[in-house]
Design a protein around this ligand. Sequence first.
Ligand code: GLY
Length: 367
Amino acid sequence: MAVIRVDIAGRPYDVRVGTGLLTDLAAQCGARLRKRQVPIVTDTNVHAAWGPAVEASLRDAGLEPCWRILPPGEHTKSWDELGATVNWLLGLGVERGDHIIALGGGVIGDLTGFCAAVLKRGCHFIQVPTTLLAQVDSSVGGKTAVNTPAGKNLVGAFHQPALVLADLAALDTLRQRELRAGYAEVVKYGLIDDPAFFGWCEANGAAMIAGDAALREYAVAHSVAAKARIVAQDEFETTGQRALLNLGHTFGHALEAQTGFSDRLLHGEAVALGMVLAAHYSARQGLMPQAEADRIGRHIGSVGLPASLRDLGLNCDGAALVHHMTHDKKMDAGTLPFLLLRGIGQTYLDKQVSLDDVARFLDTKLA
Ligand code: GLY
């Protein structure tokens, strides 16, 4: 098992990456579970796959799991569900010193984390991420949120978990498409500041997605370590370091909005294509060699992720995509900071990008 420390000032915590953590959940959580009743928030899919194993682990330790089993999908990350889940936790008598368990992907982690942030002005929670995307990104770093009619993740809080348990066995129950989508966030760490890791991805990404256990452990642990380092430097996204984690997300968000945040384009797929577009835009601006942008696109495409805007078959122009971008929560006094690349592993935040120019660029990619 790999243990990665997230060195947040005053509130450091560990991310454990290994196989068998779910069946050993009670021992992994240890004395954090200080009362017999253990509140667990999950969704129906994860409960079907892992509920019995978690139930057995807790009951064998003399604990009583109290389940809140929600519908899967983004709709669950709502004000209504936030209120209902907080009321449920209050009904259970959860106190500030207690730990709530978030068992699932990003939706469950974000919702449960937000509940923990506001319950009695903040109680503890443990992230038990079951998707690749949640293991390498959303469960680490304390971003919590719900969606509102105005947009995704527009309401939330920074609230760090007390512990993250990333069980690699959970990846075996994921659909290949979901695994691939999560893999986009793995590649992201190479593109941000780790060209050697991007090379590792080129050599090993396909085998990792296909199921190689050792490669999976390396990919998740390496990604978590990268995220931990960045989050420890800039917990609240104030210095620009943490913003680097948004590589591909501005383009990606526009694509998700254009496709209605639907199954047509999963979040990780949108990030994958978004990173390719960020690279091609950077090359067009003369910031990075075109050959490097092409190399990024080739790798993304080679693992079955979308790498060409044309292939999405969108019925819109560049201006429509840019219009979606202007609803981004990173908008700042009429400008939108973009994550661009000076090369593989050299991502930086550019505040001088012209949205009209981005629209023209996107027109060429849509044509
Ligand atoms: N997913 C981006 C961040 O945690 O900052």
